[in-house]
Design a protein around this ligand. Structure first.
Ligand SMILES: [Zn+2]
Length: 88
């Protein structure tokens, strides 16, 4: 029988809590250096893997805030491209 463990991670930006259900045995292996998260949990989506990584590192950023970060970066790029330089 497989035991399911629910892992939580709180976003450091907006404080929202996300969770993911995983096999407790595989989770134990991963926490003890049993391999990469994407190899041990191939069925999880990348936001779900982020919850596991965030739970372990205590530095979680939720999917929504990641999207926001990407938008901010894109806006910064646009600003850089539009910047004018006076040349003699
Ligand atoms: Zn967030």
């Amino acid at each position: 029988m497989m035991t399911i463990k629910t892992v939580f991670a709180q976003c450091i930006t907006c404080n929202s809590v996300e969770s993911v259900d995983v096999d407790a045995g595989v989770l134990h292996d991963w926490r003890h250096g049993g391999g990469l998260v994407q190899d041990l949990f191939p069925a999880l989506t990348s936001p779900e893997r982020e919850v596991l990584i965030g739970n372990r590192s205590d530095m979680h950023t939720c999917a929504e805030c990641w999207d926001q970060l990407r938008v901010d970066e894109q806006e910064a790029d646009i600003y850089m491209e539009e910047e004018n330089h006076e040349v003699e």
